[in-house]
Design a protein around this ligand. Structure first.
Ligand code: SF4
Length: 181
């Protein structure tokens, strides 16, 4: 008959309740999706709604995305909010290029998504002409709630993406294949 303390070490229902099993990919994506750091690219009126989404009434911090970074090197989601003129477009592209991978883009509002009402020689007809857009938020301007819904859509997308682990495994496989051939 084992002693009482031996039985305790073999099975502890408290520990059972505190242990979860998951895949590394799922854990990495979960962490990424709940700590998106935005690069606020406020270019016109939509920028005001973007600012409002960070204030207490809407509180973007509920989604872990309140850390607005004004350095592209510290950001992983660019929120393009406003009219993109040709004069500004290449600056937006340069900032995008300076953001490290993995990175995502939200086009906030009609102007960023399609040029909006500015069907003119001075306006880029959608930021997706220059950089890949993951989520489009409609409206002129979209309310902060609409941006938050776009953010939740992006979170769902990030959750389903290949993680760094998968990229690393694919890179390793390619390197081994190249070494073998
Ligand atoms: S979509 Fe409307 S509110 Fe937003 S930048 Fe364009 S004109 Fe301004």
């Amino acid at each position: 008959m084992p002693e009482e303390n031996t039985q305790h070490a073999a099975y502890d229902s408290k520990i059972e309740g505190n242990v979860i099993f998951t895949k590394a990919d799922a854990a990495i994506n979960w962490m990424r999706s709940n700590s998106l750091w935005p690069m606020p690219m406020g270019l016109a009126c939509c920028g005001i709604e973007l600012m409002a989404s960070g204030a207490s009434r809407f509180d973007i911090a509920r989604f872990g995305a309140e850390v607005m970074r004004f350095s592209p090197r510290q950001a992983d989601v660019m929120i393009v909010a406003g009219t993109v003129t040709y004069k500004m477009a290449l600056a937006v592209k340069r900032i995008w290029d300076q953001m490290p991978e993995p990175k995502w883009c939200i086009a906030m509002g009609a102007c960023a998504s399609s040029g909006g009402m500015y069907r003119s020689y001075a306006t880029l007809q959608g930021i997706d002409n220059l950089i890949p857009v993951d989520v489009y938020v409609s409206g002129c301007p979209p309310r902060p709630e609409a941006l938050l819904e776009g953010l939740m859509k992006l979170q769902r997308k990030v959750t389903e993406e290949e993680s760094a682990m998968a990229h690393f495994q694919a890179d390793s496989a390619r390197t081994l294949e190249a070494a073998g051939s």
